[in-house]
Ligand binder design. Structure first.
Ligand code: NAD
Ligand code: 6OD
Length: 497
């Protein structure tokens, strides 16, 4: 793709990110700063919604589901969602600038991943909702007659969307699009670290004519703030959440007394299994990308890589070369392909694991510290891509989710051992198996106790397929018809004929 011309922005004034309620940006709320993690500089101010704003957003959503949005003919609703996708693409550079300012990620990454998926999510679910069949069963009745059962889908009501910071637009729209396709209203709480693209999305909703109240944005934090207030709100019928497993547990507790439907995409400690018969170059390229993309801040990243012993040493050296070739820097600098972590706090956490790995007896293959950078990036939250070997399966570094650009590589001697090691975790989000043997690929892929089991690839999938985690990585599946099942209320109509 040809580079897009860049407008020069006046960044002396931080942007103001207000709450969006009932089709309007509203004043008020406690201000908090949003920093660009590549420089540590404040680039925006968001306003924490108070309880009265949350109440207003839920009430607006509820009116809209009972009124214009919930009753809108499907063809019109579908067309509006397509327009949202078109408008994201028309304002592509603004979404890009906003996402980069919040996350510090390389422009090339957000150009190819985050923003296109934001638009694609709306197109996919506009199509899915229009093409999904309803169930129907014809039956005999006790009096010798017949009855026909058929199911119809209705909106649940107001859905709370609580989003994380790692892929902000991608993960928010992954939930907003199917929820709205089903005729629900949404109240979205973006992460307090990355509220910009969700706020921009509110402008888009208004511009394309989404009815007031169908899409609301409330800014804030988790406990005692907008996140908890949404989770416990009696007017909200469902919470869809992506984030840490611990946060999921807190949301369950907050949501319990109002018996909400919940869909959770949580943390992971994902294994990759590399067999000696794999396409070696493809496995190295695929797993280096998987481990370090988005500075390792992808829930699907393989933090545990198991390699069959005959190719173990060669694999470790090849991964080391890949890690050392990554260039950290500002998002727009020539050659930057490795961004910062999201915050100083998260950097402290990741560096804590870097120290712990050494204390636990790891052999440091590469990285383990902070890169030396000059200029504005010197104040950014960068760490080095890091690889370890030599840790036991019981080490905290090989059991706990780090969510940084790091992986531990260990050898295995048999297929059975590889499967056992891979499944020896409390998480179950995804896995990847690298082999040329199709029978083994199927056997091992099936043996993985995960929601998504990749073979010779990673982060690749048709958006109509089920996505979600097993064990502590979540519950419920989203994607295609699975999303529609979660975001709709199904009524069976049984008609005696
Ligand atoms: P997080 O759990 O800290 O925060 C996620 C969201 O929850 C934020 O909007 C936050 O404000 C809100 N929140 C926090 N505490 C809350 C509470 N008590 N009640 C209600 N809301 C609350 O997660 P994060 O740090 O933003 O993201 C990183 C985590 O997300 C990692 O664990 C990663 O694995 C996980 N993740 C999972 C997936 C997936 O698909 N399974 C995708 C992306 C990220
Ligand atoms: O691609 C998706 O739809 C998805 N939910 C990805 C999750 C990535 C985690 O960081």
């Amino acid at each position: 793709m040809a580079p897009r011309p860049r407008e020069v922005k006046d960044l002396r004034q931080p942007r103001s990110l207000r709450n969006f309620i009932d089709g309007r940006f509203v004043d008020g709320g406690r201000p908090f700063e949003i920093k660009n993690p590549a420089t540590g500089k404040t680039h925006a101010i968001a306003y924490e919604a108070d309880l009265s704003m949350i109440d207003a957003a839920v009430a607006a959503g509820s009116r809209c589901v009972d009124g214009e949005w919930g009753r809108m003919p499907l063809s019109l609703r579908r067309m509006l969602l397509m327009k949202v996708a078109d408008r994201i693409e028309q304002r592509f550079d603004e979404f890009l600038d906003a996402e980069i300012a919040d996350t510090g990620k390389p422009r090339s990454l957000a150009t190819h991943l985050d923003i296109p998926r934001g638009a694609a999510n709306f197109r996919v679910f506009a199509d899915v909702i229009a093409s999904l069949p309803n169930e129907a069963f014809e039956m005999d009745t006790p009096d010798g007659g017949r009855a026909v059962n058929y199911s119809i889908r209705k909106p649940l009501g107001v859905v709370g969307v609580i989003a994380p910071w790692n892929l902000p637009l991608l993960l928010t729209t992954w939930k907003v699009a199917p929820a709205m396709a089903c005729g629900n209203a949404v109240v979205v709480k973006p992460s307090e670290e990355t509220p910009s693209t969700t706020t921009l999305l509110a402008e888009v909703m208004k511009e394309v004519g989404i009815p007031d109240g169908a899409f609301n944005v409330v800014h804030g934090f988790g406990p005692g703030s907008a996140g908890e207030q949404l989770a416990s709100h009696p007017g909200i019928r469902a919470i869809t959440f992506t984030g840490e497993t611990r946060t999921g547990a807190a949301i369950m507790r907050a949501a319990a007394s109002t018996t909400k439907a919940l869909s959770f995409e949580l943390g992971g400690k994902n294994p990759a299994l590399v067999f000696a018969d794999c396409d070696f170059a493809a496995a190295v390229a695929g797993l280096a990308r998987a481990a370090f993309l988005n500075t390792g801040q992808v829930c699907l990243a393989p933090e545990r890589i198991y390699v069959e012993r005959p190719i173990f040493d060669r694999f470790v050296i090849a991964m080391k070369e890949r890690a050392e070739a990554l260039r950290p820097g500002l998002p727009d600098e020539q050659g930057t392909d490795f961004g910062p972590l999201i915050s100083e706090e998260h950097r402290d956490k990741v560096l804590g694991y870097y120290r712990l790995a050494v204390e636990e007896g790891a052999t440091l293959v590469t990285g383990g510290g902070v890169p030396e950078l000059s200029g504005p990036a010197a104040e950014g939250y960068f760490v080095e891509p890091t690889i370890w070997t030599g840790l036991p399966q019981s080490a905290r570094v090989t059991r706990e989710e780090i969510f940084g650009p790091c992986c531990h590589i260990a050898p295995f001697d048999s297929e059975e051992e590889a499967i056992r090691l891979a499944n020896d975790t409390e998480y179950g989000l995804c896995s990847s198996v690298w082999t040329r043997d199709l029978s083994r690929a199927h056997r091992v892929g099936k043996a993985m106790h995960v929601g998504v089991s990749w073979v010779n690839c990673w982060f690749l999938r048709d958006l109509r397929t089920p996505f979600g985690g097993a064990k502590h990585s979540g519950f419920g599946r989203e994607g295609g018809a699975h999303s529609i099942a979660f975001y709709s209320e199904i009524t069976n109509i049984c008609m005696k004929v």
